[in-house]
Design a protein around this ligand. Structure first.
Ligand code: CA
Length: 224
């Protein structure tokens, strides 16, 4: 089981790695934001220990990009700041747990174990909507049992629709979900249109029903 330790206090990072290696984990360290970002984009980790205050960035931003990429790694925030606001935004952004420094290594280990146990349990759970089935751990999608090949954005879009089934989703909300603030709104509407058209086509080609309804002038709705 591979763990990434994102922590700029080198001595602390090393003692964490030491301790967790004795507990049977494989540990990698990232001592700054840039290195951490590289690693989470390139490699898969079972869990990530995340310090919020890094010399060249904010750990919450790393968490945000992890979750936007639907990275399933469990995240345990460790922060020197005992700030309720940080804690709330961390949990809101999809962290699994939060600890304030200083902490006992044994407690960190116990929390880490519980995160991993929970993740493994969840990742065995398929998301099913009628004849569409999604395995969030492997990102495999099937329609009527036949595998459906999706681009990353189509996959994110499908997941977003299924999580919000029967709700009207505006183009603004979809653009925000898929690209955050990184995209010019006017351009992104054309992309959304294309992604939705392709997604609909792929579902229908595998014998699925057309659940993706266009609500003219308002947005889209995924409903039975
Ligand atoms: Ca720090």
């Amino acid at each position: 089981m591979k763990i990434l330790i994102i922590e700029d206090e080198k001595a602390l990072a090393e003692s964490l790695a030491d301790y967790l290696q004795h507990e049977g984990y494989r540990c990698e360290m990232a001592l700054d934001y840039q290195k951490a970002l590289e690693k989470i984009q390139l490699y898969d980790y079972e869990a990530i220990i995340l310090d919020l205050t890094l010399p060249d960035g904010n750990g919450l931003e790393l968490l945000r990009s992890l979750r936007q990429a639907h990275n399933p790694a469990g995240v345990l925030i460790v922060s020197a700041r005992n700030a309720l606001a940080d804690k709330l935004s961390g949990l809101d952004l999809g962290a699994d747990d939060y600890m304030t420094k200083p902490f006992h290594l044994a407690e960190l280990n116990a929390r880490l174990k519980s995160i991993i146990r929970r993740k493994n349990y969840e990742s065995n759970n398929q998301i099913v909507f009628q004849e569409i089935s999604i395995n969030p751990a492997t990102m495999e999608v099937s329609v009527n049992g036949n595998p459906m090949v999706l681009t990353r954005k189509e996959y994110e879009l499908l997941l977003y629709f299924i999580h919000n089934k029967n709700r009207l989703l505006t183009k603004e909300a979809i653009a925000e979900h898929l690209w955050g603030d990184n995209m010019d709104m006017a351009d992104s509407y054309d992309f959304i249109y294309t992604h939705i058209k392709n997604l609909r086509k792929k579902i229908v080609e595998l014998g699925g029903q057309n659940y993706l309804k266009t609500m003219y002038g308002m947005g889209y709705k995924f409903s039975e």
